[in-house]
Design a protein around this ligand. Structure first.
Ligand code: ZN
Length: 469
């Protein structure tokens, strides 16, 4: 069966045909964080889905080049910096750092490039693209000095979201400043400077200002991946207006189809409700680490449901994740014992466990893939109990695990390291991030008491079992 994905644009499952099938190179663009606060677990659900996508494509022999943008200038970042009384770059730097820490804890592969919207090269490109759109009457400068995209001039506008523009006209809430626009749905490409922006701004043919959020992605995606990209991902809340706007701007400039496959990750709910600060069910990664869960447990809990279906996050679900991983750990230990001796995985070439990969070929059906994994665990455990699994078979299954773990990234850091120690390591990473040095030192002492030595290196903390104590 070929790889296939649900394309939001066609609303159909489509066989995957990359732009350049011979080279097997794929360009993926994923909308990254806006660095005005710590990302929440709903964001990470989408990033973990994108990680699963990349890892599976790589397992299938594709060479993936992935770009994830960092939005480090917009209304929220400017407001945050103003309220904190510090420069914008200083304000956003702390959340960029936190984001990179979080993705490492969650074992999310780093993108090949993380372009920042405030990078001068990209600002130049954004201005060039806006100028082209203005020259083609696809954009105009309004009385408020901002530049807007003229959606009535782009007939395909609304096709991704399957959105009727007349609906937008009748129900859109009109803010005072939006009377300057020709159509309520026209979106800002360039926002004219105002006092609230302080010292944030760039010179442009339309005066001092800053780019709109949507044009950032169009400029960076085409600069780094070319005029047409294979796969563009994001959360469902990015579909409209953000991705719709990306299509209009990019195709308005290039005249070519921008994206071949649009993949969107469904919402994350907490106890069946939308996550919100006012409901007290809003969680960041450190919030979960503080409760004693590890990065891989959280990764499992956020990955296990098909990306097109809403994921309901619950504490029971976290416990299930913990148990599922414990079963995997125990299974691996039994297989290793049965396999005996030193395993040379390269010498094994048995075609087993294909159903796991085939499930992922089918629009990343992770729940079916995990279902197959646990069926396998049950069957092989039974065979070990009955003395019916020989060492060659055990090695073959271990070999298979090595392969699927390149996609899952769910093996314990060190086979011998207990979950309790991992939890303390993660808690310590979170404490260091929060610059809580007292807690960090306390955890180092606790680890020591448990017989583990922790060192801080430039690549993060490293832990080793203490000898002779
Ligand atoms: Zn974007």
């Amino acid at each position: 069966m070929p790889l296939r994905f649900f394309n939001t644009y066609s609303r159909q499952l489509e066989d995957f045909e990359p732009r350049d099938p011979a080279e097997r190179k794929i360009g993926i663009y994923t909308c990254g964080p806006t660095v005005y606060s710590r990302a929440h677990i709903g964001n990470f659900r989408a990033y973990i889905f994108e990680d699963l996508l990349q890892r599976h494509l790589e397992l299938r022999g594709y060479k993936v080049h992935r770009v994830m943008n960092i939005t480090d200038v917009d209304d929220k970042t400017i407001r945050g910096a103003r309220e904190a009384g510090i420069p914008l770059t200083k304000f956003t730097a702390q959340f960029k750092e936190a984001f990179f820490e979080d993705i490492e804890i969650l074992r999310i592969k780093r993108a090949d490039e993380f372009p920042a919207a405030t990078d001068q090269r990209h600002i130049v490109r954004m201005i060039e693209m806006i100028a082209t759109l203005v020259s083609r009457s696809l954009a105009y400068q309004a009385d408020d000095k901002s530049v807007y995209f003229r959606i009535n001039k782009f007939p395909d506008y609304g096709k991704l979201a399957h959105f009727d523009l007349t609906h937008l006209q009748s129900t859109g809430r009109v803010k005072h400043d939006e009377y300057d626009k020709e159509h309520i749905g026209d979106f800002a490409l360039w926002k004219a400077w105002d006092e609230e922006d302080g010292d944030v701004g760039w010179e442009s043919p339309w005066g001092r200002g800053r780019p709109g959020w949507h044009i950032e992605c169009s400029a960076m995606a085409t600069a780094l991946l070319g005029e047409q990209i294979d796969i563009h991902c994001g959360g469902v809340d990015n579909i409209f207006p953000h991705h719709e706007a990306e299509i209009a701007q990019t195709e308005g400039v290039t005249g070519k189809k921008f994206v071949r496959y649009w993949l969107h990750c469904a919402h994350l709910l907490v106890d069946g409700q939308k996550m919100s600060k006012s409901l007290g069910n809003f969680y960041t990664l450190p919030n979960l680490l503080e409760k004693g869960y590890t990065g891989r447990e959280i990764r499992y809990a956020l990955m296990r449901v098909h990306y097109c279906a809403p994921l309901n996050f619950t504490w029971d679900g976290m416990e299930e994740a913990r148990q599922a991983l414990a079963r995997i750990d125990e299974w691996l230990a039994r297989l290793r014992e049965t396999a005996g001796g030193k395993i040379d995985l390269r010498k094994l070439d048995l075609q087993i466990g294909e159903q796991f990969e085939e499930a992922l070929d089918d629009d990343l059906n992770i729940s079916a893939a995990l279902g197959f994994l646990f069926e396998t665990i049950r069957a092989t455990n039974r065979a070990i109990d009955d003395g019916a699994l020989d060492s060659a078979a055990a090695r073959a299954w271990l070999n298979w695990w090595e392969e699927i773990n390149t996609v899952l990234a769910m093996e314990a850091d060190e086979a011998a390291r207990p979950e309790e120690i991992n939890a303390m390591m993660d808690a310590r990473a979170a404490a260091r991030l929060a610059k809580d040095w007292r807690r960090s030192d306390q955890l180092r002492d606790e680890l020591k008491a448990h017989g583990w030595e922790v060192r801080d290196t430039k690549d993060g903390q490293k832990v080793t079992r203490r000898t002779g104590s």
